[in-house]
Design a protein around this ligand. Structure first.
Ligand SMILES: Cc1cc2nc3c(=O)[nH]c(=O)nc-3n(C[C@H](O)[C@H](O)[C@H](O)COP(=O)(O)OP(=O)(O)OC[C@H]3O[C@@H](n4cnc5c(N)ncnc54)[C@H](O)[C@@H]3O)c2cc1C
Length: 1085
């Protein structure tokens, strides 16, 4: 037996006891962290302060330890015995010299928690039979000071990069070090003590010389292999010094408070030692109310709650995987490649097929139609046959009676590969000239003349990392064969019902009229469910349709005449059983791609005034192993290469890098944010090189009404200048700037930054044919209306807005109108719900249908003007009037041509401006989002509540993109971040403490439904204001080290990048290893 005895510590009284002793407090090993925190808090309130230094350090670590739910169940003994090298408590226990009592059936013994306690990665000195009984956390001594620090990518609910605790004891009444313990996590396979450094400092005075010696000694002692798992080597090493410096400052202040004579510290350094306490957050939402006197039945413009909001909050809302199990239903699990680039030599399913519950395996040979797939070009396979081109490439699937059985069997499928050299990063693709065609160019003016005219020319570059969609609901499909004529019904979480229908039909080799795709709602999409969902749906449909042996009902292939299992000669029968698959989070992250990483390289010519007169920019996107939508994404990046700035002479190239990563795809903004991010970078470079305020240089270059873009579209109904001015005044920019500058003069190790950033986002699909939509509206005889349209609901409130549109045209209350779902058998040939244009397109189609119906009802209204809606409907019905109709809309006058640089690319533009203020901790790279003010032009909002929600949501998603979210890939193309433990999206604490969103007043848009504007994607880029505020703050930090002028800061502005960019005496002690001399843990893709 592996575990002859299993103990449940929570039920053993001795393990839950808390005992106060003369030396400290003894906690049973099973005490939860929350309980321990409560006891320590009480002790801090009652004991003399000098005794509670260790307790306070534990409490400080608990403040940022996981979340409350975890702290309520996780036990202190569990944290110790897990022996994680990044445990947040073990460094404190070690620095404080805690005593552990351990026990086995022969008795108990005490063990000191020192550097001999952890013997290796997740190993301790405990013998196999021993359990941890308790830990004694000691009182501190009179002349002892203890502090603890944790640095993680995100402040809330995150694990540490480096965690530390430090304890110093002085000869009483002096600043002479008697005992020093510096304990670090995240710097080795175990929590470690920096013993050499501590020993060197014994007997020394706590002053500047000790600090210098400590830092150079720590830099020598706390080294890391440049290939160490987790990466961030320079940063982690620098942190050991920076955190010691914080401790040094804290102790100096405490010594001084005790009357000990110590070195003077200038006041500007004191904020370095401050402990972060979040302020209470506040937010303001400003919008225009509908004019007085408007009918209550006209819901347009009212801040109506999302129609599913309450159901989503209570859990009643039905998602795809909530569809109840069908009798006979099977579960599918994918078999994917573990190699980025390889030939498939063999696939052995024999072990898998013998496992319990397995019904069949599905491979390329089982596809009755075409194995070629893809949303535009058919350059992908449904199931890889001979070659794999990324880790996560789908090779096959196992179908079993349960998810567990299918998962176990999928792991037992053995695949042999012959590995080929992968191309993983953009730089590798550039070196290998590994590009998809075409290479797009937009050019206007005379570049050569522009650079000649310029007073200055600068060059720069920037990398923008990718982003995982991280929708709450992962990809899911349920395929239900209908049993006759090849009919199949699919319940899918997709933004593209029609694309799913056509690609499933193509793979099954049947006409599209046999496939119905139904979408009730999605738990988030963000572009991730626009095209990448189709492959999973197709595989599931193929499995449900698979031929199996007539005799044993398993394992026959479509092309085989003989069952591998029972050797029955047959051509097989179809499985004809419902098959479901919902990807686990790690599978979803691995397989489905995300936002394209971009690399931008630019040359800018500008005048002394700051006016930019020439721009030559090249974009490179990491496309992955298939084209997917990448050309359109790159086109949108080029369409946004000047962001909101007028540049007379401009040229942009877009290169699509073919790499061995999973195919990257649509993601809110669709290349626009990457395009604009590079623009803001050169804009800031220009300002910094001239030593001018970035706000002035941006304003100077802003477009004005009537100017035209690099693709020759004239900007009419231009409201950006109004947004800019309103944002400046709402945020009190000038006073804020003065306050930031003052703060920066007064603080050396924390700096504040401020940035105001505009956005201009083109609205329309750039593929012209997609700018169409349909709707279907039925009026029933009781007056209730059932409606559907081509758009899908993914939480963005589209259905709510469509009901509002219908309510205005039909003149009835929203409560009479219902949308049940989106389906391909009601509205055909729909465009994906994407490009922010779904309210515009589907809204106009709904309007069209409702107007047709109102025309039909008109005679009955005229006949009976005092009658009710129900009266008119009934009268029309008895008069045999068709109360059902479809509606249609196509956006007029679109059609840009890259060859001639002419034609309208966009129907109109959405504009917005944001100003953000941040504070960075120069020593750790952590930052606080202090305040953001957004002014957004959404025309006459259809629904201000939903629109402001979209602005806030997009802003926060952009904030994740530009400051937090990092996908790590190994040099061999393996995704290392496959879940929320390692991939961090913004948490509540990342929302700016003061957030104001204001919708621009009196800005009707004549180009879209009821004068509204698109809102889904445009505000995302406004989070760049946070990035550039961070850059502004870093500039202030660099100025302290005498460094000025432009510098490279890649996105996201993670804590690591911020810290490394704040060059100072500590970073100098930890230089990075020479590139090329080691294999890094992860690479910038
Ligand atoms: C979402 C999440 C966030 C987290 N965040 C943090 C964080 O911010 N900082 C951090 O340091 N950690 C973090 N952790 C890790 C967490 O602290 C530990 O997993 C937790 O403390 C373990 O406690 P437990 O009671 O669940 O232990 P268990 O999981 O029950 O046990 C852990 C191990 O210790 C052994 N063990 C438990 N009790 C004893 C005993 N009395 N004697 C001998 N062996 C014993 C068990 O056999 C097991 O091997 C996080 C974990 C999660 C899930």
């Amino acid at each position: 037996m592996v575990y002859p005895v299993v103990l449940a510590p929570a039920f053993i009284p001795e393990l839950n006891a808390v005992t106060h002793t003369p030396d400290g407090i003894v906690f049973g090993a099973a005490c939860t962290l929350s309980h321990m925190g409560e006891v320590l808090k009480q002790a801090v309130e009652t004991l003399p302060p000098h005794q509670t230094e260790v307790f306070l350090a534990v409490l400080e670590q608990l403040r940022w330890f996981a979340g409350l739910q975890i702290r309520n169940v996780a036990a202190v003994g569990g944290n110790i015995m897990t022996a994680s090298p990044i445990s947040d408590l073990n460094p404190v226990f070690m620095a404080a010299g805690c005593k552990l009592t351990v026990m086995d059936k022969d008795g108990s013994r005490d063990v000191q928690m020192d550097d001999s306690f952890f013997t290796g990665y997740r190993k301790t000195t405990l013998r196999p039979q021993e359990v941890l009984l308790s830990i004694e956390i000691p009182h501190s001594k009179k002349s002892q000071f203890v502090s603890a620090y944790k640095q993680s990518p995100r402040r809330e609910d995150d694990i540490s990069i480096v965690t530390a605790a430090m304890s110093v004891t002085f000869t009483p009444g002096s600043d002479v070090v008697e005992d020093l313990r510096l304990s670090y996590g995240g710097m080795a396979a175990t929590t470690v003590l920096a013993k050499k450094t501590a020993n060197r400092l014994l007997g020394r005075r706590w002053g500047e010389e000790l600090l210098q010696e400590a830092c150079s000694s720590l830099a020598e002692e706390m080294t890391l292999d440049p290939s160490v798992p987790g990466g961030m080597v320079t940063y982690r090493r620098t942190l050991t010094l920076s955190l010691f410096y914080k401790f040094y400052l804290t102790v100096l202040q405490k010594l001084r408070a005790q009357g000990v004579s110590v070195d003077e510290v200038t006041s500007d350094c004191l904020s370095a030692a401050e402990i972060y306490h979040p302020e209470t957050a506040s937010s303001v939402q400003i919008y225009q109310a509908v004019p007085e006197g408007r009918s209550q039945d006209d819901a347009v413009g009212r801040p109506m709650m999302h129609l599913s909001a309450l159901k989503q909050a209570t859990g009643e809302a039905v998602y795809c995987d909530d569809v109840p199990l069908y009798e006979n239903e099977l579960y599918l699990v994918l078999v994917t490649s573990s190699k980025a680039h390889a030939k498939i030599l063999s696939v052995d399913t024999s072990a898998a097929e013998c496992m319990p519950g397995v019904v069949c395996c599905v491979f390329a040979d089982d596809i009755p139609g075409s194995n070629a797939t893809g949303p535009i070009a058919y350059d992908e396979t449904v199931l890889a046959r001979h070659q794999v081109t990324c880790v996560g490439h789908i090779i096959g699937a196992v179908v079993a009676d349960t998810q567990l059985h299918a998962q176990r069997a999928a792991k037992a499928v053995k695949i042999q590969y012959e590995e080929l050299q992968p191309v993983v990063t953009i730089q590798e693709a550039i070196a290998a000239q590994s590009f998809y065609q075409p290479i797009r160019t937009i050019q206007k003016g005379d570049l050569e003349a522009g650079f000649k005219q310029a007073d200055h020319i600068l060059e720069g570059e920037m990398h923008i990392g990718g982003q995982e969609h991280f929708y709450l609901e992962t990809n899911v499909t349920l395929a239900v064969p209908r049993g006759e004529d090849g009919e199949m019904e699919l319940f899918v979480s997709t933004q593209s019902a029609s694309k799913t229908q056509s690609l499933v039909a193509k793979a099954l080799g049947i006409p599209a009229n046999r496939v119905v795709v139904r979408v009730k709602r999605m738990g988030g999409g963000f572009g991730g469910k626009e095209s990448r969902t189709t492959i999973l749906s197709t595989v599931v449909a193929v499995a449900a349709n698979k031929y199996v042996c007539q005799s044993c009902h398993i394992r026959a292939s479509y092309f085989e005449m003989k069952c591998k299992c029972c050797h029955f000669l047959c051509c097989g029968v179809r499985l004809k059983r419902p098959v479901r698959c919902m990807l686990d989070r790690d599978e979803d992250m691995l397989i489905t791609g995300g936002r394209h990483p971009f690399y931008g390289k630019y040359k800018v010519g500008y005048l002394n005034s700051g006016k930019v007169v020439a721009l030559d920019v090249s974009y490179y996107s990491n496309v992955g192993n298939s084209m997917d939508l990448s050309l359109s994404v790159m086109e949108r990046a080029l369409f946004h290469m000047e962001n909101s700035y007028s540049v007379a002479n401009v040229r942009g190239h877009g290169y699509l890098c073919r790499t061995n990563l999973p195919s990257n795809t649509a993601f809110r903004g669709f290349g626009g944010p990457q395009g604009m991010m590079v623009a803001e970078n050169w804009m800031m470079d220009v300002a910094q090189s001239l030593g001018r305020p970035a706000e002035e240089v941006r304003r100077l270059n802003l477009y004005v009404e009537g100017e035209s873009t690099p693709y020759n579209q004239i900007l009419d109904q231009f409201t950006l200048d109004r947004c800019w001015d309103e944002c400046l005044s709402r945020c009190g920019y000038q006073e804020r700037r003065a306050a930031v500058d003052l703060y920066n003069r007064q603080n050396r190790w924390t700096k504040r930054g401020l940035a105001i950033v505009p956005t201009k986002f083109g609205i329309s699909f750039t593929a012209v044919f997609l700018n169409q939509a349909g709707a279907l509206v039925h009026i029933y005889t009781d007056g209730s209306v059932l409606m559907t349209h081509g758009g899908t609901e993914m939480g963005q409130g589209l259905h709510t807005k469509m009901v509002q549109v219908a309510s205005r045209v039909l003149g009835i209350s929203c409560s009479k109108i219902h949308i049940s779902e989106t389906s391909t058998n009601t509205v055909p040939n729909t465009s994906p719900t994407a490009a922010s244009a779904s309210s515009d397109l589907n809204g106009a189609a709904v309007q069209n249908a409702c107007e047709i119906l109102m025309k039909r009802l008109e005679p009955y209204k005229t006949q009976n003007p005092k009658g009710s809606w129900e009266d008119w409907v009934r009268a029309a019905y008895f008069d045999r009037v068709n109360l059902s109709t479809s509606g249609f809309y196509k956006t007029p006058d679109l059609g840009y041509d890259f060859d001639t640089n002419s034609g309208r690319a966009f129907n109109y533009f959405s504009y917005g401006v944001a100003c953000s203020e941040v504070e960075i901790d120069c020593l750790t790279g952590a930052h606080k989002n202090l305040s953001t003010t957004i002014v957004m032009d959404v025309g006459h909002s259809l629904n201000p509540a939903i629109d402001i929600g979209q602005v806030e949501g997009a802003f926060m998603q952009g904030l994740g993109l530009f400051t937090l979210e990092e996908l790590h890939y190994s040099p061999r193309g393996v995704l290392l971040t496959r879940g929320p433990g390692t991939y961090k999206i913004p948490a509540f604490g990342d929302i700016p403490t003061h957030l104001t969103v204001s919708l621009l007043r009196d800005a009707p848009n004549e180009k879209a439904i009821f004068a509204s504007k698109a809102v889904g994607e445009p505000p995302l880029f406004l989070a760049a204001s946070v990035f550039y505020a961070i850059k502004d703050a870093i500039s202030a930090a660099r100025a302290e080290s005498g460094i000025s002028g432009p510098f490279r800061l890649d996105s996201p502005a993670s804590a690591e990048r911020i810290r490394n960019a704040c060059c100072d005496q500590f970073t100098k002690l930890c230089p990075p290893a020479e590139p090329g001399t080691f294999t890094p843990w992860s690479v910038q893709v």
